[in-house]
Each structure stands twice: as C-alpha cells, then as structure tokens.
Design a protein around this ligand. Structure first.
Ligand SMILES: Cc1cc2nc3c(=O)[nH]c(=O)nc-3n(C[C@H](O)[C@H](O)[C@H](O)COP(=O)(O)OP(=O)(O)OC[C@H]3O[C@@H](n4cnc5c(N)ncnc54)[C@H](O)[C@@H]3O)c2cc1C
Length: 373
C-alpha cells in the first residue's frame, strides 16, 4: 500500500494535490467540511505557470475546452481609457512562457480538478477540529466524531486554516480595508457595448478587472478592489449593493459605467491578507495554498500558487516511505517558500502589469521541471 495521505479541504489546492498524488500511487483521502460544492459567481485566471502545472496532471485540454483565451490583456487608465500596458496573449504568450493564459468560471476550474480525483476519495461533511502527532502517524479529529490516522497530512483548508492555527496559534488574517465586488453574468446583457477581451481599469485608489469566462464569450466576469474600511465579511455568498458599487465607479470611463449598469447582481468579499509564515510544516503535517500564503488577488496567483504547491509537494513525496515524510515536507518548503513569498509580497503592492512589467519569472516558471531543493 502507498503512503496514507490525508488532505484537508477540497478546494483548488487540495484537489490538485490529490490528483497529482493519485498519479503516483499514493493512498489519498480528502476531507471537506462542506456538504456539497456550490457554483459561485466568480471568474478565475489561470496564468501560464498554472496551466503548465495542470498540464502535468493531464488537465490542460479539459481547461481549454471551457476557458476563454484572450488575444490581448489590456491595462487602462480608469478615467481616460488610455492604454498603460498591453500583454500579448494567445500564441505569443504560449511561445514565450510555454502555455496559454486562460480565463474561466471558478466553478469550471473546480469541476475540472474534481474530474481528476476519484469520487470515493472525497469525504464530504468532514470538518477537521484538530490533529495530534508524536513522530509517528498523525491522528485527525473531525466534527463527525471520527478519528482518522494518516502517514502525512496536507492542510489545504484555506485562509482560515484550523491546522495553521493549531501550529502557530490563532490570529485573524488582516483586513486590507478593501472589498472585492464580483459577479458573472450573460454577455448578452451588455448588448452592443464593446469591451476588451481582458482589461484592468486602474483608478487612483481602486480598480476593476473585466474578462470573459467562456470560450464563446457568452459570460462576463468582473472583480474590483474598492476601499471600504468598515466592511469585513469574507463570504462567497454575501450580496453587494449595486447602487453603492455604481457610485464607487462613477468617475470611471463610460465603458465601465455601462457595464456596471448592465450587471444584474453582485457579490461582495472583504480582502484579507496574512504576513508570510516562518514555516509551512511541522513533523508530518504541511500547509498548502491559502492556508500558508494567502494573498491579495491582484496578480491572479492565489490558486495558481496553491496548484504549484500541490505539484511540488507530490514530487517531494514521490517514492517516500512514512519514515521520510518529515524530511520530504522540509524539502517542499525549501523548494516553494521563496517563490510563493515573493509572489505574495509583489501581489500586495498592486502594481502588477499597470505599466510594462517583467512577468517571465511568474508566468515562465514550470514546477514540473524546477529543481527540488
Ligand atoms: C476575489 C478573488 C479573486 C481571485 N482571483 C484569482 C485568480 O484569478 N487566479 C488565481 O490563481 N487565484 C485567484 N484568487 C485566489 C484563489 O481563489 C485562492 O488563492 C484559492 O482558492 C486558494 O486555494 P486553496 O485550495 O488554498 O483554498 P480554498 O480554495 O479556499 O479551499 C479551502 C477548502 O478547505 C475547506 N475547509 C476549510 N476548513 C476546513 C476544515 N476545518 N475541515 C475540512 N475542510 C475545510 C473549505 O471548505 C474549502 O473547500 C482570487 C481570490 C479572490 C478572493
């Protein structure tokens, strides 16, 4: 029997990790607190580094089937609409970075990842309460009353990670004072309005990113970063007030205002961050994705980084026996820490791509060919 791996959380990172580990014969189980997966109204960008990571799990074609592939990525001044930077996408970015940049519905990315994991591996309605370890197997306690043993535990339980709290003490992530209004809606609602395939409109203290999420341009997504110091609710289902949103963008270019006028509904999400952690692992337990390096969405690298973690973790655990797990997790951290932290810190600055930007270090990276530490 292969290494017994317990993954906490069936989000982007947890599923990618399970898919990568299954591919090398590990005995994987995922424990997810939710009773069912919901398709929430959000888009997501998979930049070339993320697409390359998913290619190695065999998911590139499935992604390309559903996702939109823009030819250009515009950055514009919010008031005048003047172009401040253009990223050449399509075949140009494939030639330069080895994979396309895809935009898609978040639910479609999740479903694609889910398709790579046998359903009997996922245990829904299992909320982790805590863990115990003393050098041997790790024991996990769940709210169901179940107690489960594993040779290695991967905590992909998101920004409010229970495992992280147990390892480093409980503290709340820091609210940035900004919220993301976001929604997906049918492109038919904008009528004859002409929009870029993918554009970030930069205002002095706020921005909006707009792109298509389906191959046939049938659905539009936008996400903002809007100052709102008094709001601090992080919820994928919390509704936002359309009138407040439109008022916050009243100074933006007519194209943005027309798009917001056409939008029927919006959600609202408080943007939170954490400072980089000193360590991502303890004994046979490791953190992955937002559990260890949550970041602002300004570089579109949160899920990409979780997926990169998953690949490196699977490579570090490949062929390792239970006694070697702790060393393999140290190797995972040593391989991933510098890059993930650099992206986390660069993202926080919110200047990525506004003007001409060196992006090769992010998009050109390939976690499958990277040398392990
Ligand atoms: C507005 C916005 C836009 C974004 N856009 C992009 C983008 O374009 N590109 C990109 O790469 N990233 C983007 N991100 C970031 C991305 O969404 C996250 O970084 C990514 O979802 C992190 O994946 P994860 O697997 O670490 O955590 P999650 O996807 O949050 O998954 C955590 C899972 O763990 C489960 N869980 C939590 N606690 C427990 C427990 N105790 N027991 C069992 N299960 C538990 C949760 O239910 C959940 O299913 C964006 C984020 C936001 C907020």
């Amino acid at each position: 029997m292969g290494l017994r791996v317990a993954i906490i959380g069936a989000g982007m990172g947890g599923l990618a990790c399970a898919a990568a580990l299954k591919g090398q014969g590990a005995d994987v189980a995922i424990y997810e607190q939710a009773g069912a997966f919901k398709r929430i109204g959000a888009g997501i960008q998979m930049t070339p580094n993320a697409v390359k990571a998913l290619r190695g799990i065999g998911l590139e074609e499935a992604l390309r089937d559903v996702a939109f592939e823009a030819a250009l990525g515009h950055n514009r001044d919010a008031g005048s609409g003047a172009v401040t930077n253009v990223l050449e996408l399509g075949q140009r970015i494939v030639d330069r970075c080895g994979a396309p940049l895809l935009t898609l519905h978040r639910g479609d990315l999740h479903s694609t990842l889910l398709s790579a994991v046998p359903s009997d591996v996922i245990h829904m309605n299992h909320r982790l309460l805590g863990f115990e370890q003393d050098g041997g197997p790790v024991t996990l306690q769940f709210d169901t009353g179940a107690s489960i043993e594993a040779d290695v535990v991967i905590a992909a339980d998101g920004v409010h990670s229970v495992v992280r709290n147990q390892m480093f003490g409980t503290d709340a992530p820091r609210f940035t004072g900004r919220v993301a209004y976001r929604t997906t809606f049918p492109a038919s609602l904008i009528g004859s309005l002409q929009i870029d395939d993918r554009c970030k409109w930069w205002g002095p203290d706020r921005h909006i990113v707009i792109y298509y999420t389906t191959r046939m341009r049938s659905e539009i997504y936008f996400v903002t970063s809007t100052p709102e110091p008094d709001f601090n609710v992080e919820s994928w289902s919390m509704k936002g007030d359309l009138a407040e949103l439109r008022a916050a963008y009243a100074d933006f270019h007519p194209t943005v205002r027309a798009l917001l006028d056409a939008c029927p509904d919006v959600h609202k999400w408080a943007l939170v961050v954490r400072e980089p952690l000193p360590s991502w692992h303890e004994g046979r337990v490791a953190l992955l994705g937002d559990a260890c390096h949550p970041m602002t969405p300004y570089m579109a690298q949160g899920a990409a980084s979780a997926i990169e973690d998953a690949v490196i973790l699977s490579r570090c655990l490949d062929g390792v026996a239970a006694g070697g797990v702790s060393q393999a997790l140290a190797r995972y951290q040593a391989t991933r820490y510098e890059r993930a932290t650099a992206i986390q810190q660069t993202s926080a600055q919110n200047t990525w791509m506004r003007e001409k930007t060196d992006f090769d270090w992010v998009y050109g990276h390939d976690v499958w060919s990277q040398t392990l530490a």
